[in-house]
Write a protein that binds this ligand. Structure first.
Ligand SMILES: Cc1cc2nc3c(=O)[nH]c(=O)nc-3n(C[C@H](O)[C@H](O)[C@H](O)COP(=O)(O)O)c2cc1C
Length: 197
């Protein structure tokens, strides 16, 4: 439901130019995405979660805003959505995104706090420390990373080693590499602790 895909094109007042009861007011723009969500919810097992990704702002004057996204998230929560995955933009070429570190997290935070629904933050999150900061400060319940995994397919394994977390599974052929990396990080953590004493 984000980034100009079919359902996003209904939600955004920029792309939804319809004059029937699927266009115009927010309630009308929500109608088709909600109909579809409810249809999926009825066949998807109740005990399994469903998430919705939105573009929380179009970054365009007259487009969807964070405040609109609060109303959108509330409607999906009432329809049985468990997790709101909060991206932004890519709905109209005239958009003027304000990029920066974790630049979409404020929308995740707003929706999480105002709607009381679990959120997933995404966008320019590049380190495990940033992930933990977002989680600990209550700005999101989940954090997803895309491009860092393209640059480093072992991002998760490396982050786990950096944090001294041994609960992730390495391919057994790589275990000697895992042991070495954990040892290097352990030494670095010990050195840093000694220096701060
Ligand atoms: C190669 C690639 C393909 C992507 N495809 C999609 C997609 O089909 N749908 C979508 O919602 N986001 C898509 N994204 C966006 C990512 O899910 C993510 O929101 C975005 O890259 C920002 O997070 P990042 O800074 O961690 O990369 C794609 C990203 C990349 C790099």
């Amino acid at each position: 439901m984000a980034h100009g895909y079919l359902l996003a094109s209904f939600l955004s007042p920029i792309t939804n130019q319809r004059s029937d009861h699927y266009g115009g007011s927010l309630a009308n723009r929500l109608r088709f995405p909600l109909e579809l969500f409810r249809a999926v919810r009825t066949v998807w097992p109740q005990h399994k979660p469903m998430s919705v990704r939105v573009s929380a702002t179009d970054w365009v004057a007259g487009g969807t805003t964070g405040a609109d996204s609060v109303l959108i998230a509330r409607a999906f929560k009432e329809a049985g959505c468990d997790v709101f995955d909060v991206s932004t933009g890519q709905t109209d070429p005239s958009s003027k995104p304000v990029y920066g570190r974790m630049f979409q997290a404020s929308f995740s935070e707003q929706i999480r706090l105002e709607v009381d629904i679990a959120t997933m933050a995404v966008g320019a999150v590049t380190s495990a420390d940033q992930v933990n900061t977002l989680l600990i400060s209550g700005r999101a319940d989940l954090v997803a990373l895309a491009r860092p995994h393209l640059a480093d397919p072992y991002f998760t394994l490396h982050a786990a080693a950096q944090l001294g977390y041994e609960g992730v599974t390495w391919p057994s052929q790589y275990l000697s590499g895992a042991q070495q990396l954990h040892a290097l990080h352990r030494r670095a953590r010990d050195d840093a602790a000694r220096k701060s004493d």
